[in-house]
Design a protein around this ligand. Sequence first.
Ligand SMILES: [Zn+2]
Length: 147
Amino acid sequence: MDLVTIRTFQNYFSTHILLTKLRHEGIECYLKDEFTITVDPFLSNAVGGIKLVVKQKDEQEACELLRLFDEEYRNSVACPKCGSHSIELVPKRTTANMITAILSWLLGDYAVSAENIYQCSSCKFESATLPENYHNNPQVHESRELN
Ligand SMILES: [Zn+2]
Protein backbone atom coordinates (compact mmCIF):
# COMPACT_ATOMS: atom_id res chain seq x y z
CA MET A 1 0.00 0.00 0.00
CA ASP A 2 1.50 3.32 -1.07
CA LEU A 3 0.97 6.14 1.40
CA VAL A 4 1.64 9.77 0.60
CA THR A 5 1.95 12.72 2.96
CA ILE A 6 -0.59 15.36 2.00
CA ARG A 7 0.19 17.84 4.75
CA THR A 8 2.49 18.32 7.72
CA PHE A 9 1.32 19.92 10.96
CA GLN A 10 2.97 21.26 14.08
CA ASN A 11 -0.29 21.23 15.99
CA TYR A 12 -1.97 18.10 17.32
CA PHE A 13 -5.41 19.65 17.69
CA SER A 14 -5.87 20.96 14.14
CA THR A 15 -4.45 17.74 12.72
CA HIS A 16 -7.14 15.71 14.44
CA ILE A 17 -9.91 18.00 13.24
CA LEU A 18 -8.80 17.50 9.64
CA LEU A 19 -8.31 13.78 10.13
CA THR A 20 -11.88 13.47 11.38
CA LYS A 21 -13.25 15.61 8.55
CA LEU A 22 -11.42 13.61 5.87
CA ARG A 23 -12.62 10.32 7.33
CA HIS A 24 -16.13 11.71 7.37
CA GLU A 25 -15.76 12.29 3.61
CA GLY A 26 -14.76 8.66 3.17
CA ILE A 27 -11.00 9.19 2.86
CA GLU A 28 -8.91 6.63 4.67
CA CYS A 29 -6.15 8.58 6.39
CA TYR A 30 -3.57 8.22 9.12
CA LEU A 31 -1.21 10.27 11.24
CA LYS A 32 2.50 9.63 11.24
CA ASP A 33 4.95 10.70 13.96
CA GLU A 34 1.99 11.70 16.09
CA PHE A 35 3.29 10.10 19.27
CA THR A 36 6.60 11.96 19.30
CA ILE A 37 4.87 15.32 18.93
CA THR A 38 2.36 14.71 21.69
CA VAL A 39 5.03 13.69 24.16
CA ASP A 40 7.26 16.63 23.40
CA PRO A 41 6.07 19.46 21.15
CA PHE A 42 9.60 20.82 20.94
CA LEU A 43 10.65 17.72 19.03
CA SER A 44 8.22 18.48 16.23
CA ASN A 45 10.83 20.24 14.11
CA ALA A 46 13.25 17.38 14.57
CA VAL A 47 10.85 14.81 13.14
CA GLY A 48 9.21 17.15 10.65
CA GLY A 49 5.89 17.54 12.41
CA ILE A 50 2.78 15.41 12.31
CA LYS A 51 2.25 13.97 8.86
CA LEU A 52 -1.22 13.43 7.52
CA VAL A 53 -0.97 10.51 5.09
CA VAL A 54 -3.46 8.96 2.68
CA LYS A 55 -3.41 6.17 0.13
CA GLN A 56 -1.90 7.29 -3.15
CA LYS A 57 -5.16 6.70 -5.02
CA ASP A 58 -6.93 9.12 -2.66
CA GLU A 59 -4.26 11.81 -2.82
CA GLN A 60 -5.96 14.10 -5.30
CA GLU A 61 -9.36 13.92 -3.65
CA ALA A 62 -7.86 14.40 -0.18
CA CYS A 63 -5.88 17.46 -1.30
CA GLU A 64 -8.97 18.96 -2.87
CA LEU A 65 -10.91 18.38 0.36
CA LEU A 66 -8.14 19.99 2.42
CA ARG A 67 -8.30 22.99 0.13
CA LEU A 68 -12.06 23.23 0.66
CA PHE A 69 -11.64 22.89 4.43
CA ASP A 70 -9.07 25.68 4.36
CA GLU A 71 -11.39 27.88 2.38
CA GLU A 72 -14.27 27.12 4.72
CA TYR A 73 -12.04 27.87 7.67
CA ARG A 74 -10.75 31.14 6.27
CA ASN A 75 -14.31 32.26 5.58
CA SER A 76 -15.24 31.51 9.18
CA VAL A 77 -12.33 33.43 10.70
CA ALA A 78 -12.16 37.17 11.02
CA CYS A 79 -8.94 39.15 11.04
CA PRO A 80 -8.10 39.87 14.71
CA LYS A 81 -7.13 43.42 13.76
CA CYS A 82 -9.83 44.71 11.40
CA GLY A 83 -12.48 41.96 11.40
CA SER A 84 -12.22 41.29 7.66
CA HIS A 85 -12.81 37.74 6.40
CA SER A 86 -10.30 38.15 3.59
CA ILE A 87 -7.57 36.03 5.11
CA GLU A 88 -5.26 34.71 2.40
CA LEU A 89 -2.37 32.31 2.46
CA VAL A 90 0.63 34.15 1.06
CA PRO A 91 4.37 33.55 0.80
CA LYS A 92 6.06 34.76 3.95
CA ARG A 93 8.75 37.13 2.72
CA THR A 94 7.34 38.61 -0.44
CA THR A 95 3.83 38.98 -1.78
CA ALA A 96 5.37 39.65 -5.21
CA ASN A 97 6.15 35.98 -5.66
CA MET A 98 3.00 35.15 -7.59
CA ILE A 99 4.23 31.82 -8.95
CA THR A 100 4.72 30.48 -5.44
CA ALA A 101 1.34 31.85 -4.42
CA ILE A 102 -0.43 30.24 -7.35
CA LEU A 103 1.39 26.95 -6.88
CA SER A 104 0.51 26.85 -3.20
CA TRP A 105 -3.11 27.57 -4.07
CA LEU A 106 -3.19 24.79 -6.67
CA LEU A 107 -1.13 22.19 -4.86
CA GLY A 108 -2.06 22.94 -1.29
CA ASP A 109 0.08 24.83 1.19
CA TYR A 110 2.00 21.71 2.18
CA ALA A 111 4.05 22.22 -0.97
CA VAL A 112 5.62 25.40 0.37
CA SER A 113 4.32 25.43 3.93
CA ALA A 114 7.49 26.75 5.55
CA GLU A 115 7.38 29.86 3.39
CA ASN A 116 3.73 30.76 3.88
CA ILE A 117 1.89 33.04 6.24
CA TYR A 118 -1.74 34.01 6.63
CA GLN A 119 -2.34 37.62 5.74
CA CYS A 120 -5.40 39.83 5.92
CA SER A 121 -5.89 41.36 2.50
CA SER A 122 -7.63 44.39 4.01
CA CYS A 123 -5.16 45.59 6.63
CA LYS A 124 -2.15 43.33 5.86
CA PHE A 125 -2.18 41.84 9.35
CA GLU A 126 0.01 38.73 9.26
CA SER A 127 -0.19 35.61 11.36
CA ALA A 128 1.71 32.37 11.11
CA THR A 129 -0.39 30.76 13.83
CA LEU A 130 -3.86 31.38 12.41
CA PRO A 131 -4.09 28.09 10.49
CA GLU A 132 -3.52 26.19 13.73
CA ASN A 133 -6.64 27.67 15.34
CA TYR A 134 -9.11 25.27 13.79
CA HIS A 135 -12.67 25.81 14.96
CA ASN A 136 -13.79 26.76 18.44
CA ASN A 137 -10.26 27.24 19.63
CA PRO A 138 -10.54 29.55 22.67
CA GLN A 139 -7.49 31.51 21.50
CA VAL A 140 -9.42 32.78 18.48
CA HIS A 141 -12.13 34.26 20.67
CA GLU A 142 -9.60 35.79 23.01
CA SER A 143 -7.87 37.64 20.23
CA ARG A 144 -11.20 38.94 19.00
CA GLU A 145 -12.06 40.31 22.41
CA LEU A 146 -8.74 42.11 22.60
CA ASN A 147 -9.73 44.05 19.54
ZN1 LIG B 1 -7.34 42.86 8.78
